[in-house]
Design a protein around this ligand. Structure first.
Ligand code: ADP
Length: 539
């Protein structure tokens, strides 16, 4: 017997319709690229994304066509998040931090027809314009007054472009499995690969990531997503925001600690989403200036392993922390770690032990760890294996591939991460497969060693790489950034670690640097560290 309930498709457009009907006057506040603070409401976002959809149609964009953006977190980018998939086209958010050859590659590979760009990135586009095969129109996300001179022929002013269209527009009833968005992986090896989110996966991910044990924010919340809209759809926050009807505060291009603190206090931000690099900037500002954000209740971190000192710094200021894990291929939110009532009795270190884990899978996401032969391993919190994942917001193939072609024979997506899972389903990433260090036939977890090194009072950031070794195959080398004013010696670091890790885990060398090289998404570039410092020991 078939169920007799309505088969309402899960569409991105339904989110903005809901927000405009139920939370019409809730604000979206943007620190604009042009400078001033801009205020609008969910009702305005609906109206303007409908006008945008009409403008796109008038310029020949049809269902399944791809449209690209190079933009900061702003209200105009939010309109694109709704207007483009709403009409059935596909929103390709491009990371402006990509190398220009990769920028050209992804725009051509996705066959984008129109490119929407913030003022900041116009020079970037000018430099590659001649090499773009499919992009015909450049739309600059600004008004007439701020339109720049540009070498790109026929560049269009966004505000004028949508001004000629009214908002009397009914979103089409699309197939919920129609593509809604594309985001490319960073492609540290080979060319970036396109992950294609559907309307259905986008809505389910917004619902799943808003569950009570994930990142729930009610309509009373004031949320600052620092996670960029140009990488994995800002963790789906722009969609979850419409679903829950909270106020969004968009930081535009100013992401430094001082700028963020100022904006948080101006708008009374209660929740904010960022990666460790952003948190460190914010905390350093608080530390040196004595500033605080009394309204802030929760900081959400993800994208890379958090340092214990960072978690401690938030907790000691009364700011709760939730820690998520995911990847572009998982939309991204897949697991979340949080402190539950059961952890209330723990001391601070005990709480941090829970929070550094990547956490439990959300409903909808299934995890397993497997050995090298693909056999499932036990969830005892000690045995580690390659992490695999499946679920309705996990990718099954990359752009251009056959459905299922990114999966193993049993339908699981191999993440390339190595993890343990405890009996309560708490997952802990021990490494990326390619960063694990094999010394004398035994594995050393670079993440664990980094975590230990960062407990040293004079080490702010740490990265551990494996370098070739004549006798052991590979040995760990620690590359560390001292804290401001700190002057640790190699000897003191090794002595400190001796008490914390097995002797054979002790790094063969400790190298101090001013900063670690970061990639386009704020992650430490271990490939670059290996190229610089991985020369080898006795080989
Ligand atoms: P890329 O495009 O580099 O794959 P993603 O943003 O998709 O960028 O990165 C996914 C990877 O980032 C994961 O496979 C994992 O290795 C790492 N990662 C993400 N979140 C965390 C986390 N909370 N802790 C540790 N590593 C993480």
């Amino acid at each position: 017997m078939r169920g007799l309930m309505m088969e309402t498709p899960l569409l991105v457009s339904s989110l903005v319709e809901h927000a405009a009907r139920v939370f019409p006057d809730t604000e979206i506040v943007t620190r604009t690229v042009e400078g001033p603070i801009h205020r609008c409401t969910w009702k305005d976002v609906r109206s303007r994304s409908r006008r945008l959809a009409r403008a796109l149609q008038a310029s020949g964009v049809r269902e399944a066509d791809t449209v690209a953006t190079l933009g900061w977190n702003t209200q105009r980018h939010l309109e694109l998040y709704y207007g483009v998939p709403g009409l059935g086209a596909v929103l390709h958010t491009v990371n402006p931090r990509l190398h220009s050859t990769q920028l050209i590659y992804v725009l051509n590979h996705a066959a984008d027809r129109i490119l929407f760009v913030d003022l900041t990135f116009v020079p970037l586009v000018e430099a590659v314009w001649e090499q773009l095969d499919t992009v015909r129109t450049l739309v600059i996300l600004t008004d007439r007054k701020h339109m720049p001179e540009t070498t790109v022929p026929g560049a269009v002013c966004y505000e004028e472009w949508i001004a000629g269209h009214d908002d009397d527009y009914a979103w089409p009833e699309l197939d919920e499995n129609a593509a809604a968005g594309i985001c490319y992986t960073s492609g540290t090896t080979g060319n970036p690969k396109g992950v294609v989110f559907s309307n259905r996966s986008t809505v389910l991910h917004a619902m799943g990531s808003s569950l009570p044990d994930a990142f729930p924010v009610s309509a009373d919340g004031v949320v600052l997503p620092v996670v960029p809209m140009f990488h994995v759809m800002a963790w789906g926050v722009p969609y979850a925001a419409a679903l829950s009807g909270y106020k969004l505060v968009m930081p535009g291009p100013r992401l430094d600690g001082e700028g963020l603190t100022e904006l948080m206090n101006l708008e009374g931000v209660t929740h904010y989403f960022g990666v460790p690099t952003v948190h460190l900037g914010l905390l350093a500002h608080w530390e040196t200036s004595g500033a605080s954000v009394p309204t802030l209740k929760l900081a959400t971190t993800g994208g890379a392993a958090p340092a214990r000192s960072m978690l401690r710094a938030f907790l000691s200021r009364g700011v709760d922390v939730r820690h998520g894990w995911g990847m572009t291929e998982t939309s991204p939110v897949a697991t979340v770690s949080r402190l539950t009532a059961r952890h209330e009795g723990l001391d601070e270190d005990g709480k941090i032990d829970v929070l550094v884990k990547q956490g439990r899978p959300l409903y909808g996401v299934e995890l397993r760890i497997v050995d090298e032969g693909g056999r499932p391993l036990t969830w005892d919190g000690r045995t580690s294996g390659e992490l695999q994942i499946r679920g309705p917001w996990v990718c099954s193939a990359y752009l251009g591939g056959e459905p299922g072609s990114a999966l193993d024979g049993e339908g699981w997506f191999p993440t390339g991460d190595v993890a343990t899972i405890d009996p309560e389903g708490r997952m802990k990433i021990t490494d990326r497969k390619k960063d694990l260090i094999k010394s004398g036939g035994e594995w050393i977890s670079s993440i664990d060693l980094e975590d230990m090194a960062m407990r040293h009072p004079e080490i702010a950031r740490a990265a551990v790489i494996g370098v070739p070794h004549e006798k052991w195959g590979e040995r760990p080398v620690l590359i560390a950034v001292p804290t401001p004013g700190g002057d640790p010696s190699k000897q003191s670091v090794l002595e400190f670690l001796e008490g914390l890790v097995a002797r054979w885990w002790l790094p063969d060398d400790v190298i101090f640097v001013d900063a670690l090289p970061l990639g386009g998404t704020g992650k430490v570039q271990k490939t670059e560290l290996r190229a610089r410092y991985g020369g080898g020991i006795g080989v």
